[in-house]
Design a protein around this ligand. Structure first.
Ligand code: GLA
Length: 363
């Protein structure tokens, strides 16, 4: 049964480890955040869609328009509506009121949350039980084909499938997920450098091309299938360096799972530190601000480890710390950052939070 009014919600994410592995068919270990995008949908008649959000001009488009022609962030909803309709989900006119508390540009996946919230809402209006994996894949297509960034499935899949109280191990080839528990004495803290990335999407696509070239040159489908011996056979030095990051990062994800199961938080922290070093030196997607934030975090006695998170170049770092020292950690890092940079950064201690949902508000 179709519905006239639904509210959908999808969280942002933070990735604990497994960076730039998703588009290499590899492994990632993210969690859903307590920050989310919520969309209040009302069915209208006809083919017109209107999006409202406080602080932004309304965006109106026809469901028959090419989503690429829809202005600004309206593209994300228009793209979701267009691809879902093509996949057989009945999509009709709507008014969508969007609000979010996910910091924009902080590498916490605000755009994936918008896509996934749109997917859940459009399934909800159509009266169909949302398919989280299908919605995540459509979200990725919107990034790739409408927005024009060749990103992987990490952000959309965790926003759609996250579970409360645990990290999620995602196999980005099979798209299988497994809940991974974090020991209670540990806390995840996000540290926003308040820097934002500009014009670096070409860098992202370049990394991906490098990986694909590297995989082809050693005859594997994706770098997920490569060993360090294979990496040594890659003749192009830069492609070899990029591949070295990916192959070692996949191994670090597995080692992190084992270390968490063994309650060895010191080792988890070392793996996070090593991940940062590899992203900074081999993959070259860190920045002075991200390096400095991770370093400040590590200098706190309560910190097990810290690294940049997400695509890189700007945004946030993530730390794993002793939960009993959360307040002192947050205060100290904020003060030291402000002293060094003259800006007060946002820090959030976050618990793993549930993935997307939709609820029906019909009378
Ligand atoms: C961005 C992309 C993801 C993933 C990360 C890096 O967040 O959207 O697909 O590649 O970067 O791990």
């Amino acid at each position: 049964m179709q519905h006239n009014r639904v509210v959908s919600r999808a969280p942002g994410r933070v990735n604990l480890i497994g960076e730039h592995t998703d588009y290499n068919d590899g492994f990632v270990l993210p969690m859903g955040l307590p920050f989310a995008t919520e969309i209040d949908w009302t069915r209208t008649t006809g083919r017109e869609a209107t999006i409202e959000s406080s602080g932004f001009d309304d965006i109106t488009f026809s469901l028959d328009d090419d989503p690429k022609d829809v202005p600004s962030w309206g593209k994300y909803l228009a793209g979701m509506a267009s691809f879902l309709a093509a996949d057989g989900i009945p999509v009709e006119g709507f008014r969508a009121v969007v609000q979010t508390d996910i910091p924009i540009g902080a590498a916490l996946s605000s755009s994936a949350a918008l896509e996934v919230a749109a997917g859940f809402g459009l399934y909800g209006l159509a009266g169909i039980e949302p398919d989280p994996v299908a919605i995540a894949k459509v979200g990725q297509r919107v990034e790739n084909e409408i927005v024009g960034v060749n990103s992987g499935i990490l952000d959309q899949l965790i926003s759609a499938t996250a579970t409360a109280d645990s990290l999620t191990l995602i196999d980005c080839r099979s798209l299988e997920t497994r809940a991974i528990t974090v020991p209670e004495r540990a806390r995840v803290v996000i540290m926003d450098t308040m820097t934002r990335r500009e014009l670096v999407d070409t860098e992202y696509d370049r990394r991906r091309e490098s990986c694909e070239r590297a995989a082809a040159s050693i005859g594997v489908a994706a770098l997920r299938d490569a060993s360090l011996d294979d990496v040594a056979q890659i003749s192009d030095p830069l492609d070899r360096q990029r591949a070295h990051h990916v192959v070692t990062e996949n191994q670090r994800v597995h080692d992190t799972i084992d270390a968490l199961a063994a309650d060895d938080l010191t080792l988890v922290g070392e793996l996070m530190n090593e991940s940062h070093r590899s992203l900074s030196v081999d993959y070259e997607v860190s920045s002075p601000a991200l390096d400095q934030m991770a370093a400040f975090a590590r200098e706190e006695p309560s910190c097990f480890g810290a690294r940049m998170t997400g695509g890189g170049f700007a945004g946030s770092a993530v730390a794993l710390i002793d939960a009993t020292a959360t307040d002192a950690f947050v205060q100290s890092v904020r003060e030291r950052w402000q002293e060094a940079n003259g800006v007060l950064p946002d820090l959030w201690a976050v618990d793993p939070s549930p993935g997307a949902s939709v609820r029906v508000l019909d009378a």
